[in-house]
Design a protein around this ligand. Structure first.
Ligand code: NAP
Ligand code: SF4
Length: 674
């Protein structure tokens, strides 16, 4: 008897059956743009082998003006059809099913030739769209229909028509972006004409036995977004137009409310999808922040949807469903919703991967094969770099021993998990514990590795991490000064008025830790109130009229840096704004361009600019040093001096810009070669 009876139940669509209730949602990985179709095929085939019922590809443009950026992947020619056939054949050989997403970006297209319902520029693109005339609208419909028929010729099992997230079809639905007065604008009947017509014409073109998913925005999270009655009206019309399945979209891309970041509570929006259950007869898929089988099972058991969509969790672990089926959920590499290697890469024009699984999108290039000759390998340091190296080495058949001075695995992950909004790190540390035990790696915790102890090993991997940088501020040895380690390890008493020196990732984390009492990530009602999310039945777009209502901060915090740029500018591309907005809601004062003159019993003395002007005191009773980090290489240096060859990885190698993504990638890649 499975633990997940709802999740693993088949879903009969009439002309075909899905083997379980798990959809891999669409992700733009950048793989298609590499034009290495073998690589694209292997990415999807690996997930098909891992048991997911149906996958949706990244968005494919129906025409050049609809591409998210110039040169975005699409299905324009017969040669494109042949390329996509490589993918669909490989997926079918692996007993999988795959649908192609048709994504017309409308005014979100990052190109001067973009088009939309009205000529209103979006806040997230520099290009004002051209308002389409009647012929222009017909061309868009016709191109979308052609893309669907080409997808069918390419062997896809279906298409997903992207109608949410503020893209082209969504832009026609709401008055925020549709100011037309013809038959495509004005009344809701008119505004929904385009998506309904698209689905009707797609169905007409592809026949009955082909999956047509429509992704419908259930809560827009923008001013003048849809009201619930309109969502229901649209859903019914889309069903009548011939859709097989309704998928859920949450929030437009321009919304100022986080919808998928790690600080968003798990399954934060499934209550919205639940409202649609019973209104239509076709299956409904829900999504956003579902990352473990027990969460998906509970969502379905609670009647929130017929099926769940997960996207990023399939980057983290291609075998998600197979492991759930085998009762091995603890062995699923968890998506921690950090966006660091997936969406942040996409928005920087880089190929996606995954922080916890560097093999994602690199399946053909980063392979882990049995070693020709097995060796005894020592890994010093049980942080992310050391753990990933140890697990990869063990997978290849090496005999691995991990040493760490601390009594527990995880290194700095154990500090990250204390930060409100970063609770997913607990699961990551637990995953590593499970996998280390399964791999029968010898653990030497609470042990300081010395050259003598390491003498017997064939290879030594140094992953000793980092030490806090000494900022050399006069008075920093005083009783009112703490390091971030003292604070995040919970060992030190912190005053009510705090100055934080350094506004990198750790400075921001410490500020969040110090202003928050109970994490709203653990309390959905509180989180919805904090960000001003309301019921779309009561308020258009699901935005509360009173706006965000955060809990009062538990301390007064000032966050400082020497650079004069905006604080948090170098945080994650897709998450930095959330950290900044979160702290601003908690009245955290942010000061850039400062010099730290000295610390005394009165607080932190600073001045401004190169001329050291405007001297002032931040009257803090506690000053926390978050001034960056330096490599901890003392053991590496000792070994090198003694003539040993060592492999230095993670923060011990380069501390600047260290994060778990680089550490895990470096550890995995090194161990794949030893
Ligand atoms: P960091 O990002 O390099 O930030 C160090 C901070 O200290 C900067 O604000 C820097 O600003 C300041 N600083 C540097 N030298 C200083 C000095 N001599 N005196 C005073 N201030 C100094 O390092 P971190 O905050 O320790 O984080 C380490 C890494 O962990 C980050 O690179 C990040 O990748 C990762 N991380 C990320 C997150 C996240 O994305 N949310 C969270 C935690 C950790 P000024 O030089 O302008 O003063
Ligand atoms: Fe999830 Fe982070 Fe991996 Fe993206 S990079 S899939 S958010 S764990």
């Amino acid at each position: 008897m499975t633990q997940y009876p709802h999740l693993l139940a088949p879903l009969d669509l009439g002309f075909t059956t899905l083997k379980n209730r798990v959809l891999m949602g669409s992700m733009h990985t950048g793989l298609e743009e590499t034009k290495d179709w073998n690589r694209v095929a292997e990415f999807y085939a690996a997930r098909a082998r891992g048991g997911v019922a149906l996958m949706v590809t990244g968005g494919m443009a129906p025409n050049p003006e609809g591409g998210v950026f110039p040169g975005a992947a699409g299905l324009y020619t017969d040669e494109d059809i042949a390329n996509h056939k490589v993918v669909t054949d490989r997926v079918h050989d692996a007993d999988g099913k795959i649908a192609m997403q048709i994504l017309h970006a409308g005014r979100y297209a990052y190109a001067p030739n973009c088009v939309s319902a009205s000529g209103i520029k979006s806040p997230i693109s520099p290009f004002p769209p051209k308002e389409l005339d009647e012929d222009g609208i017909e061309k868009q419909i016709s191109d979308i229909v052609t893309a669907a028929t080409r997808a069918q010729q390419a062997g896809y099992d279906g298409v997903e028509v992207m109608g949410s997230e503020g893209y082209f079809l969504n832009q026609f639905l709401v008055t925020h972006t549709n100011k037309r007065t013809d038959r495509w604008g004005g009344s809701y009947e008119n505004r929904m004409r385009l998506p309904v017509e698209v689905v009707r014409r797609v169905r007409e073109a592809v026949g009955t036995d082909f999956i047509v998913i429509y992704r419908l925005s259930m809560i827009d999270l923008i001013p003048n977004g849809s009201i619930w009655e309109e969502v229901v009206q649209l859903a019914k019309a889309i069903e009548a137009a011939g859709a097989t399945i309704l998928n859920t979209g949450i929030g437009w891309h321009e919304a100022r409310i986080p919808t998928i970041a790690t600080s968003v509570p798990r399954r934060a929006f499934t209550w919205v999808t639940k409202k649609l259950m019973g209104e239509v007869q076709i299956p409904i898929i829900t999504s956003n922040r579902i990352n473990m089988p027990d969460v998906g099972e509970a969502v379905l058991a609670d009647g929130c949807a017929d099926m769940i969509s997960m996207a990023r969790p399939f980057l983290a672990d291609a075998d998600f469903v197979a492991k759930a089926m085998a009762g091995k959920a603890a062995e699923i590499a968890p998506c921690i919703a950090c966006n660091q290697a997936c969406l942040d890469h996409t928005f920087s024009g880089k190929l996606s991967s995954c922080l916890v699984n560097p093999r994602a999108c690199h399946e053909t290039e980063l392979t882990v094969e049995p070693a020709d000759k097995t060796k005894k390998i020592a890994v010093v340091g049980a942080g992310p770099a050391g753990l990933s190296a140890a697990l990869t080495a063990a997978e290849r058949g090496h005999a691995v021993t991990i040493f760490d001075k601390a009594q527990e695995l995880g290194g700095q992950l154990n500090m990250a998990k204390q930060v409100p909004g970063k609770e997913e790190f607990w699961g990551l540390v637990d995953y590593y514990k499970t996998m280390v035990a399964k791999a029968a790696i010898t653990l030497q915790l609470g042990v300081t590795a010395t050259p003598d102890v390491l003498a017997e090993f064939d290879d030594i991997i140094i992953a000793t991490g980092v030490a806090p940088r000494d900022p050399g501020i006069p008075g920093q040895d005083g009783p009112n000064v703490l390091s971030y380690i003292d604070v995040l390890r919970g060992k030190a008493k912190v005053g009510q008025n705090v100055a934080i020196i350094g506004a990198g990732g750790i400075g921001f984390d410490v500020a969040e830790f110090l202003v928050t009492d109970d994490s709203p990530t653990e309390n959905l009602d509180e989180w919805l109130e904090e960000w001003g999310v309301g019921d779309p039945s009561e308020t258009r777009g699901g935005l509360r009229p009173e706006g965000p209502k955060p809990e009062a901060p538990v301390r007064q915090v000032t966050l400082l840096q020497r650079k004069s740029e905006k604080l948090g500018k170098r945080l994650g591309k897709t998450t930095g704004w959330i950290h900044r907005a979160g702290l601003q809601m908690k009245n955290v004062q942010m000061m850039g361009g400062v010099n730290y003159e000295r610390i005394d019993a009165n607080g932190l003395h600073i001045s401004k600019g190169e001329a050291r002007e405007e001297p002032q005191i931040i009257a803090a009773d506690t000053i926390v040093l978050c001034a960056g980090q330096v490599p901890e290489r003392s053991l590496a240096d000792l070994l090198i001096d003694a003539g040993r060859q060592v492999h230095v990885i993670g923060g011990a190698d380069v501390a600047a810009e260290l994060d778990a993504k680089r550490a895990i990638d470096q550890g995995t890649r090194l161990a794949a070669t030893l």
